[in-house]
Design a protein around this ligand. Structure first.
Ligand SMILES: C[S@@+](CC[C@H](N)C(=O)[O-])C[C@H]1O[C@@H](n2cnc3c(N)ncnc32)[C@H](O)[C@@H]1O
Length: 234
């Protein structure tokens, strides 16, 4: 990976992100409630999960509680977020490893494979070619029959980035009313400089090229932006 995304907000102002998800502005409560149902139904036997860009793992820990998870590995660049993740994952009845490392570097250096890989709101910072390369790497870190779970912001099919940004920033400006003005400005600055969403159709095309068996949308967001999709490996 050549371009490093601007992730200052996650290193210096994690509490802003915590506020955003506390008010469910990115639909975490709904997405992770569906994810928990999905995992409970489809993974009744012990399984391993790698979470790339785990942040504080607040919602992933909730959705993995009382599942058959036997091994969790969380990867993130932000040490403040990982410190919180350690506490949030404490209640899981499985082995937990947390690594402060860039996700691509992790996949390059670590040879283990997993039953599930979760990337939640962490892929959209990369360029299109970086995203495609990362999905390809994930494919090779999945066990046969495993799946990649992608939760993220998405643009509409063929929606240019400026139009997406206008639409999403309008949504943020009109709906995220409980966030303090100065924090909202920082969030909007981060979105405008660092968010590079793709459409579901683009992911379907890449998945086919990489060799994923099937792509399934498991959560379709209210604002045509927050979705969860699953890529299955044969
Ligand atoms: C928007 S937060 C999402 C946190 C959590 N996954 C969630 O859904 O609430 C994005 C997280 O991804 C991490 N991140 C972004 N790009 C990364 C990269 N290339 N390598 C490692 N971590 C990354 C950031 O540090 C941050 O903690």
């Amino acid at each position: 990976m050549t371009k490093t995304p601007n992730l200052e907000i996650f290193n210096n102002s994690w509490q802003i992100y915590q506020e955003i998800i506390r008010f469910n502005y990115m639909e975490h409560q709904d997405i992770y409630s569906d994810l928990k149902k999905y995992i409970t139904k489809n993974y009744p036997e012990p399984f391993s999960l790698l979470e790339l860009g785990c942040g504080d793992a607040f919602y992933s820990a909730k959705s993995l509680t009382d599942t058959a998870i036997s091994h969790y590995v969380g990867v993130d660049l932000s040490q403040p977020a990982l410190n919180l993740a350690k506490q949030n994952l404490n209640g899981l009845n499985c082995s937990v490893e947390l690594k402060q490392v860039e996700m691509w570097e992790f996949l390059e250096c670590y040879s283990l494979s997993f039953d599930l890989i979760l990337i939640s709101f962490a892929l959209h910072h990369l360029s299109s070619s970086q995203k495609q390369a990362l999905l390809n790497k994930c494919y090779h870190h999945l066990n046969a029959g495993g799946a990649l779970l992608l939760i993220d912001i998405f643009c509409r099919e063929r929606e240019p980035r400026p139009e997406y940004l206008k639409r999403y920033c309008n949504y943020v400006g009109s709906q995220w009313q409980k966030i303090e003005r100065s924090d909202l400005d920082l969030a909007l600055e981060h979105i405008t400089s660092s968010d590079f969403p793709e459409s579901i159709a683009t992911f379907r095309t890449w998945a086919e090229i990489i060799g994923f068996n099937q792509v399934e949308v498991i959560y379709n967001g209210t604002f045509e932006a927050h979705n969860a999709i699953t890529f299955y490996r044969k």
